[in-house]
Design a protein around this ligand. Sequence first.
Ligand code: PMP
Length: 328
Amino acid sequence: ITYTEGVGWHDAKVEPYAPIQIDPAAMVLHYGQAIFEGLKAYRQADGSISSFRMDANAERMNRSAERLAMPALPTELFAQSIRELLDVDHEWVPAAGGEESLYLRPFMFATEPALGVRPAKEYRYLLIASPAGAYFPRGVRPVSVWLSREYVRAAPGGTGAAKFAGNYAASLVAQAHAAEQGCDQVVWLDAIERKYVEEMGGMNLYFVYGSGADARLVTPELSGSLLPGITRDSLLTLAKDSGLVVDEQRISTDEWREKAASGEITEVFACGTAAVITPVGRIKDHEGEFVIGDGEPGEVTMALRDTLTGIQRGTFADTHGWMTTLHA
Ligand code: PMP
Protein backbone atom coordinates (compact mmCIF):
# COMPACT_ATOMS: atom_id res chain seq x y z
CA ILE A 1 0.00 0.00 0.00
CA THR A 2 1.35 3.43 -0.95
CA TYR A 3 1.11 6.66 1.05
CA THR A 4 1.25 10.09 -0.50
CA GLU A 5 0.97 13.23 1.58
CA GLY A 6 -2.33 14.94 0.87
CA VAL A 7 -3.82 11.74 -0.61
CA GLY A 8 -3.37 9.20 2.17
CA TRP A 9 -3.03 5.43 1.71
CA HIS A 10 -3.89 4.13 -1.75
CA ASP A 11 -3.25 1.34 -4.27
CA ALA A 12 -3.41 -1.71 -2.02
CA LYS A 13 -2.43 -4.80 -3.99
CA VAL A 14 -1.25 -8.37 -3.57
CA GLU A 15 1.61 -9.31 -5.89
CA PRO A 16 3.89 -12.31 -6.37
CA TYR A 17 6.99 -12.06 -4.17
CA ALA A 18 9.71 -10.25 -6.14
CA PRO A 19 12.35 -7.54 -5.74
CA ILE A 20 10.95 -4.03 -5.60
CA GLN A 21 12.31 -0.89 -7.19
CA ILE A 22 13.32 2.00 -5.03
CA ASP A 23 14.82 5.36 -5.95
CA PRO A 24 18.48 5.79 -4.94
CA ALA A 25 17.45 9.00 -3.18
CA ALA A 26 14.59 7.26 -1.28
CA MET A 27 14.76 8.84 2.15
CA VAL A 28 14.79 5.51 3.99
CA LEU A 29 18.23 4.75 2.52
CA HIS A 30 19.69 7.96 3.91
CA TYR A 31 17.72 8.95 7.00
CA GLY A 32 16.40 5.57 8.10
CA GLN A 33 12.65 5.98 8.44
CA ALA A 34 11.82 2.26 8.64
CA ILE A 35 9.59 0.44 11.12
CA PHE A 36 8.20 -3.07 11.25
CA GLU A 37 6.05 -5.56 13.13
CA GLY A 38 6.11 -9.29 13.70
CA LEU A 39 3.13 -11.54 14.37
CA LYS A 40 2.05 -15.06 13.59
CA ALA A 41 -0.87 -16.87 11.99
CA TYR A 42 -1.64 -20.26 13.48
CA ARG A 43 -3.44 -23.19 11.92
CA GLN A 44 -6.21 -24.39 14.23
CA ALA A 45 -7.26 -28.01 14.72
CA ASP A 46 -10.33 -27.49 12.48
CA GLY A 47 -8.12 -26.23 9.65
CA SER A 48 -9.01 -22.55 10.04
CA ILE A 49 -6.30 -19.90 10.45
CA SER A 50 -6.16 -17.39 13.29
CA SER A 51 -3.84 -14.63 14.39
CA PHE A 52 -2.93 -13.65 17.93
CA ARG A 53 -3.57 -10.05 19.07
CA MET A 54 -3.38 -8.63 15.56
CA ASP A 55 -4.84 -5.28 16.68
CA ALA A 56 -2.13 -4.88 19.31
CA ASN A 57 0.49 -5.18 16.55
CA ALA A 58 -1.38 -2.66 14.41
CA GLU A 59 -1.51 -0.24 17.33
CA ARG A 60 2.17 -0.73 18.15
CA MET A 61 3.10 -0.09 14.52
CA ASN A 62 1.25 3.20 14.69
CA ARG A 63 3.04 4.17 17.90
CA SER A 64 6.33 3.38 16.14
CA ALA A 65 5.16 5.45 13.14
CA GLU A 66 4.40 8.40 15.40
CA ARG A 67 7.88 8.25 16.99
CA LEU A 68 9.55 8.17 13.57
CA ALA A 69 7.37 10.97 12.12
CA MET A 70 5.70 8.52 9.74
CA PRO A 71 1.97 8.31 8.85
CA ALA A 72 -0.36 6.00 10.77
CA LEU A 73 -1.82 3.04 8.89
CA PRO A 74 -5.49 2.53 9.78
CA THR A 75 -5.94 -0.66 11.83
CA GLU A 76 -8.48 -1.92 9.24
CA LEU A 77 -5.90 -1.67 6.45
CA PHE A 78 -3.34 -3.55 8.55
CA ALA A 79 -5.90 -6.33 9.16
CA GLN A 80 -7.01 -6.27 5.52
CA SER A 81 -3.44 -6.72 4.29
CA ILE A 82 -3.09 -9.89 6.35
CA ARG A 83 -6.48 -11.28 5.34
CA GLU A 84 -5.87 -10.64 1.65
CA LEU A 85 -2.47 -12.28 1.74
CA LEU A 86 -3.97 -15.38 3.32
CA ASP A 87 -6.91 -15.38 0.90
CA VAL A 88 -4.45 -15.61 -1.98
CA ASP A 89 -2.57 -18.49 -0.42
CA HIS A 90 -3.56 -20.06 2.86
CA GLU A 91 -1.93 -23.44 2.16
CA TRP A 92 1.43 -22.20 3.37
CA VAL A 93 0.25 -21.85 6.97
CA PRO A 94 1.76 -24.99 8.50
CA ALA A 95 -0.46 -27.78 9.81
CA ALA A 96 -1.86 -27.63 13.34
CA GLY A 97 -0.26 -29.51 16.19
CA GLY A 98 3.42 -28.59 15.88
CA GLU A 99 5.57 -25.58 16.75
CA GLU A 100 5.21 -24.18 13.23
CA SER A 101 3.23 -21.11 12.22
CA LEU A 102 3.26 -18.48 9.51
CA TYR A 103 5.37 -15.51 10.56
CA LEU A 104 3.98 -12.23 9.23
CA ARG A 105 6.22 -9.23 8.73
CA PRO A 106 4.43 -5.91 8.08
CA PHE A 107 6.78 -2.97 7.51
CA MET A 108 6.79 0.63 6.39
CA PHE A 109 9.52 2.86 4.99
CA ALA A 110 10.06 6.26 3.38
CA THR A 111 10.19 6.18 -0.42
CA GLU A 112 10.18 9.86 -1.30
CA PRO A 113 13.34 10.73 -3.26
CA ALA A 114 14.79 13.76 -1.51
CA LEU A 115 18.05 14.80 0.11
CA GLY A 116 17.57 16.77 3.32
CA VAL A 117 16.58 15.73 6.81
CA ARG A 118 12.83 16.04 7.32
CA PRO A 119 9.93 13.56 7.39
CA ALA A 120 9.28 12.07 3.97
CA LYS A 121 6.03 12.76 2.14
CA GLU A 122 5.78 9.31 0.51
CA TYR A 123 5.91 5.85 2.10
CA ARG A 124 5.22 2.23 1.34
CA TYR A 125 3.70 -0.35 3.60
CA LEU A 126 4.46 -3.96 2.67
CA LEU A 127 3.62 -7.33 4.19
CA ILE A 128 5.73 -10.42 3.61
CA ALA A 129 5.44 -13.79 5.33
CA SER A 130 7.38 -16.96 5.91
CA PRO A 131 6.60 -20.30 7.54
CA ALA A 132 8.47 -20.46 10.84
CA GLY A 133 9.56 -23.33 13.00
CA ALA A 134 11.03 -23.12 16.49
CA TYR A 135 13.10 -19.93 17.03
CA PHE A 136 15.76 -21.78 18.97
CA PRO A 137 16.56 -24.93 16.99
CA ARG A 138 17.68 -26.73 20.14
CA GLY A 139 14.05 -26.59 21.35
CA VAL A 140 12.93 -25.35 24.75
CA ARG A 141 16.41 -25.40 26.28
CA PRO A 142 17.75 -22.64 28.51
CA VAL A 143 19.77 -20.03 26.60
CA SER A 144 22.85 -18.21 27.84
CA VAL A 145 23.01 -14.42 27.94
CA TRP A 146 25.69 -11.71 28.06
CA LEU A 147 25.00 -8.56 30.10
CA SER A 148 26.07 -5.75 27.79
CA ARG A 149 27.82 -2.86 29.56
CA GLU A 150 29.74 -1.44 26.57
CA TYR A 151 26.75 -0.89 24.35
CA VAL A 152 23.21 0.28 24.99
CA ARG A 153 20.28 -0.46 22.76
CA ALA A 154 18.21 2.58 23.59
CA ALA A 155 18.36 5.72 25.68
CA PRO A 156 15.64 7.69 27.47
CA GLY A 157 13.85 9.83 24.92
CA GLY A 158 15.23 7.67 22.11
CA THR A 159 13.58 5.11 19.87
CA GLY A 160 13.74 2.03 22.12
CA ALA A 161 9.98 1.72 22.58
CA ALA A 162 9.46 1.76 18.79
CA LYS A 163 9.97 -1.22 16.51
CA PHE A 164 12.37 0.85 14.49
CA ALA A 165 14.85 -0.81 12.12
CA GLY A 166 17.78 1.27 13.39
CA ASN A 167 17.44 -0.18 16.89
CA TYR A 168 18.30 -3.57 15.46
CA ALA A 169 21.20 -2.26 13.39
CA ALA A 170 22.60 -0.66 16.54
CA SER A 171 22.41 -3.98 18.38
CA LEU A 172 24.43 -6.12 15.95
CA VAL A 173 27.87 -5.34 17.33
CA ALA A 174 26.76 -6.24 20.86
CA GLN A 175 25.18 -9.46 19.62
CA ALA A 176 28.48 -10.41 17.95
CA HIS A 177 30.27 -9.58 21.19
CA ALA A 178 27.90 -11.83 23.15
CA ALA A 179 28.60 -14.65 20.70
CA GLU A 180 32.36 -14.17 21.19
CA GLN A 181 31.74 -14.60 24.91
CA GLY A 182 30.01 -17.90 24.19
CA CYS A 183 26.53 -16.53 24.85
CA ASP A 184 23.38 -16.94 22.73
CA GLN A 185 21.87 -13.52 23.35
CA VAL A 186 22.53 -10.02 24.70
CA VAL A 187 20.69 -8.62 27.70
CA TRP A 188 20.41 -4.85 27.40
CA LEU A 189 20.75 -2.64 30.45
CA ASP A 190 19.52 0.90 31.04
CA ALA A 191 21.53 3.60 29.27
CA ILE A 192 22.22 5.83 32.27
CA GLU A 193 23.51 3.54 35.03
CA ARG A 194 24.07 0.35 33.01
CA LYS A 195 22.61 -1.41 36.00
CA TYR A 196 18.93 -2.15 35.44
CA VAL A 197 17.78 -4.96 33.17
CA GLU A 198 15.79 -3.85 30.14
CA GLU A 199 15.25 -6.68 27.62
CA MET A 200 16.92 -9.05 25.16
CA GLY A 201 17.55 -8.63 21.43
CA GLY A 202 14.06 -9.68 20.39
CA MET A 203 12.43 -10.65 23.66
CA ASN A 204 11.29 -9.24 26.98
CA LEU A 205 12.34 -10.79 30.30
CA TYR A 206 10.50 -12.27 33.27
CA PHE A 207 11.95 -13.31 36.64
CA VAL A 208 10.27 -15.90 38.89
CA TYR A 209 10.76 -15.42 42.63
CA GLY A 210 9.96 -18.39 44.87
CA SER A 211 8.09 -21.44 43.67
CA GLY A 212 4.80 -23.32 43.76
CA ALA A 213 1.79 -21.38 45.04
CA ASP A 214 4.13 -18.67 46.41
CA ALA A 215 5.75 -17.90 43.08
CA ARG A 216 5.82 -14.20 42.16
CA LEU A 217 6.75 -12.79 38.78
CA VAL A 218 8.73 -9.65 38.08
CA THR A 219 9.22 -8.07 34.67
CA PRO A 220 11.15 -4.86 33.99
CA GLU A 221 8.77 -1.90 33.91
CA LEU A 222 8.20 -0.11 30.59
CA SER A 223 11.03 2.36 30.97
CA GLY A 224 10.40 4.07 27.65
CA SER A 225 13.53 2.50 26.21
CA LEU A 226 12.40 -1.13 25.99
CA LEU A 227 9.95 -2.51 23.46
CA PRO A 228 6.46 -3.07 24.92
CA GLY A 229 6.21 -6.69 23.83
CA ILE A 230 2.79 -8.10 23.09
CA THR A 231 3.84 -11.44 24.57
CA ARG A 232 5.04 -9.61 27.70
CA ASP A 233 1.68 -7.88 27.97
CA SER A 234 -0.26 -11.13 27.39
CA LEU A 235 1.73 -12.89 30.10
CA LEU A 236 0.91 -10.16 32.63
CA THR A 237 -2.73 -11.14 32.11
CA LEU A 238 -2.22 -14.91 31.94
CA ALA A 239 -0.08 -14.94 35.07
CA LYS A 240 -2.73 -13.01 36.99
CA ASP A 241 -5.41 -15.40 35.63
CA SER A 242 -3.50 -18.29 37.14
CA GLY A 243 -3.28 -16.56 40.54
CA LEU A 244 0.34 -15.44 40.30
CA VAL A 245 1.36 -12.03 41.59
CA VAL A 246 3.14 -10.02 38.89
CA ASP A 247 5.09 -6.83 39.48
CA GLU A 248 6.40 -4.49 36.81
CA GLN A 249 9.44 -2.92 38.40
CA ARG A 250 13.13 -2.19 37.96
CA ILE A 251 15.48 -5.07 38.59
CA SER A 252 19.24 -4.59 38.81
CA THR A 253 21.90 -7.01 37.66
CA ASP A 254 23.18 -7.13 41.29
CA GLU A 255 19.76 -8.26 42.49
CA TRP A 256 19.64 -10.86 39.72
CA ARG A 257 23.05 -12.23 40.68
CA GLU A 258 22.43 -12.18 44.45
CA LYS A 259 18.94 -13.63 44.37
CA ALA A 260 19.94 -16.31 41.89
CA ALA A 261 22.72 -17.30 44.32
CA SER A 262 20.40 -17.31 47.34
CA GLY A 263 17.81 -19.33 45.44
CA GLU A 264 15.17 -16.62 45.74
CA ILE A 265 15.05 -16.19 41.96
CA THR A 266 14.12 -19.67 40.77
CA GLU A 267 13.47 -19.17 37.05
CA VAL A 268 14.14 -16.56 34.38
CA PHE A 269 12.61 -16.59 30.94
CA ALA A 270 12.47 -14.49 27.79
CA CYS A 271 9.30 -13.98 25.77
CA GLY A 272 8.41 -12.73 22.31
CA THR A 273 6.41 -13.60 19.21
CA ALA A 274 9.25 -15.46 17.53
CA ALA A 275 10.73 -17.21 20.56
CA VAL A 276 7.40 -17.62 22.46
CA ILE A 277 8.83 -18.38 25.93
CA THR A 278 12.41 -19.47 26.36
CA PRO A 279 14.19 -20.16 29.65
CA VAL A 280 17.40 -18.29 30.49
CA GLY A 281 19.88 -20.59 32.17
CA ARG A 282 23.33 -18.99 32.27
CA ILE A 283 24.22 -15.31 32.73
CA LYS A 284 27.66 -13.91 32.04
CA ASP A 285 29.37 -10.51 32.31
CA HIS A 286 32.83 -9.10 33.04
CA GLU A 287 32.48 -10.13 36.69
CA GLY A 288 31.95 -13.79 35.86
CA GLU A 289 28.98 -16.01 35.36
CA PHE A 290 26.11 -17.54 37.28
CA VAL A 291 23.29 -19.94 36.57
CA ILE A 292 19.58 -20.16 37.23
CA GLY A 293 18.07 -23.44 38.38
CA ASP A 294 19.38 -26.80 37.26
CA GLY A 295 19.61 -26.26 33.52
CA GLU A 296 16.10 -27.56 32.95
CA PRO A 297 13.16 -25.29 32.02
CA GLY A 298 11.29 -24.26 35.19
CA GLU A 299 7.74 -25.18 36.16
CA VAL A 300 6.26 -21.67 36.04
CA THR A 301 7.99 -21.00 32.72
CA MET A 302 6.60 -24.16 31.14
CA ALA A 303 3.10 -23.73 32.59
CA LEU A 304 2.84 -20.22 31.13
CA ARG A 305 4.26 -21.47 27.84
CA ASP A 306 1.62 -24.22 27.66
CA THR A 307 -1.17 -21.73 28.38
CA LEU A 308 0.03 -19.21 25.82
CA THR A 309 0.67 -21.73 23.03
CA GLY A 310 -2.61 -23.47 23.90
CA ILE A 311 -4.55 -20.25 23.30
CA GLN A 312 -2.64 -19.57 20.08
CA ARG A 313 -3.31 -23.06 18.76
CA GLY A 314 -6.94 -23.10 19.90
CA THR A 315 -6.60 -25.94 22.38
CA PHE A 316 -7.19 -23.57 25.35
CA ALA A 317 -10.18 -21.23 25.69
CA ASP A 318 -9.45 -17.74 24.39
CA THR A 319 -11.07 -15.96 27.33
CA HIS A 320 -9.59 -12.56 26.46
CA GLY A 321 -10.70 -12.46 22.80
CA TRP A 322 -7.12 -12.41 21.53
CA MET A 323 -7.58 -14.68 18.51
CA THR A 324 -8.99 -13.44 15.21
CA THR A 325 -10.08 -15.87 12.50
CA LEU A 326 -8.35 -14.87 9.27
CA HIS A 327 -9.46 -17.73 7.08
CA ALA A 328 -12.28 -20.18 7.83
N1 PMP B 1 11.94 -6.72 22.46
C1 PMP B 1 12.42 -6.54 21.21
C2 PMP B 1 13.59 -5.66 21.02
C3 PMP B 1 11.78 -7.18 20.13
O1 PMP B 1 12.25 -7.02 18.88
C4 PMP B 1 10.66 -8.02 20.36
C5 PMP B 1 10.01 -8.73 19.22
N2 PMP B 1 9.01 -7.94 18.62
C6 PMP B 1 10.20 -8.16 21.69
C7 PMP B 1 10.87 -7.49 22.70
C8 PMP B 1 9.00 -8.99 22.00
O2 PMP B 1 7.83 -8.40 21.50
P1 PMP B 1 6.57 -9.26 21.06
O3 PMP B 1 6.16 -10.06 22.24
O4 PMP B 1 5.55 -8.25 20.66
O5 PMP B 1 7.02 -10.12 19.92
